[in-house]
Design a protein. Sequence first.
Length: 233
Amino acid sequence: MHDRPPLIAMIHAVPAAARIAQDSFVREFPEARLWNLLDDRLLDDARAAGGLDTTLRRRMLRLIRHAVAGGARGVLLTCSSYGEVVDTARTLWEIPVLKSDESMFHAALTGPYDRLAVAASTAPAVPAALTQLDDLSARLRPGRPARITAALSETAARTATPRETARHLAEALRASGGDDVQAVLLAQYSLAPAGPALSDLLGLPVLDGAGAAARELRTTLLPQVPAPAQAAQ
């Protein structure tokens, strides 16, 4: 039925997330045709409203509906603030609709890891990530809870290169007692470019949300096609 490469719609609240997500899909899901939908008022309007209200939820659902009507076979919301809308979207449409970091958390919690660290460069990202991890862990592994360490380095948000970002995150992880973790989860898409350098510094797997989402969508939509060589681990 589908003889063209799958169209993936990504809904962004900030332009930087579009670039980072695109890079991840080029690496992990090169067959996908990408469609970027940007509403750069989403975050400002959510802050002004004190969170997601009915109007904003309906607005996000209209964006998802637009993507589905345009032929998208998968949708990724790159803004974690609107993740709860995905639960409603899944009752309305049958195609995969993913929250920004859901695939990363799922991969970590279903993998061989019992000790995880969350790395962030902005304070609000930490409780948001921990809440999602706790909720998902209770469902996926109720008898095997993961120990989760959080590390925050706001300096990492002001660096000039991914290597510098990685160095500050590594220092924060060591200072927070994350020396013995088995994997690191990046709590923001903006940190993804630092992932490879952070992995080198720590000698640990480093997972990012966009890359994990691209892999999940590829596995779902192209289950018979081997993974691209550059993404194989």
